[in-house]
Design a protein around this ligand. Structure first.
Ligand code: RTP
Ligand code: MG
Length: 140
């Protein structure tokens, strides 16, 4: 299986609870390597642009407000089949539905404050990585 990249966000509920290390530890134990990382506080425009695919969804406004409610850590992760590997360790969107041992089961607060974002395809991973990182910031 090929080594690929995915994009991850450690969301404001996790930075608020000082869980960035705990989340990163779970990602690393799942076989992912952090090859770029930075802590940022997104602007409203940045968050709206990032979640533009969801702009017709009823939760869009609340999601954007949540994502700008505190700092986040944006990361590029590398590993074998990184997108699927990351989605597996993240667990289901709603922590109530997430499997034991996943980040969302162990750490998330609610369907909105669900601790992590992860790209859902290789195509979106490339788009999302480029939204936050220059290639020169990624060190494999
Ligand atoms: P993500 O994009 O953040 O990795 O999560 P996901 O694929 O599991 O979920 P997605 O359907 O893409 O939704 C994006 C984020 O919107 C929030 N959400 N709120 N209130 C709601 O019903 C609702 N549904 C989704 C979550 O924070 C979800 O991660
Ligand atoms: Mg998604």
């Amino acid at each position: 299986m090929a080594v690929t990249r995915t994009f991850s966000i450690i969301k404001p509920d996790a930075t608020r609870r000082n869980l960035t290390g705990a989340v990163t530890n779970m990602l690393e134990k799942a076989g992912l390597r952090v090859v770029a990382s930075k802590r940022i506080h997104m602007t409203k425009e940045q968050a709206e642009g990032f979640y533009a695919v969801h702009k017709e969804r009823p939760f869009f406004g609340e999601l954007v407000d949540f994502m700008i409610s505190g700092p986040v850590v944006v990361q590029v992760l590398e590993g074998e089949d990184a997108v699927a590997r990351n989605r597996k360790i993240m667990g289901a969107t709603n922590p109530a539905d997430a499997d034991q041992g996943t980040i969302r089961k162990e750490l998330a607060e609610s369907i909105e404050a669900n601790t992590v974002h992860g790209s859902d395809s290789d195509e979106n991973a490339a788009i999302e990585i480029a939204y936050f990182f220059d290639e020169s910031e990624i060190v494999g």
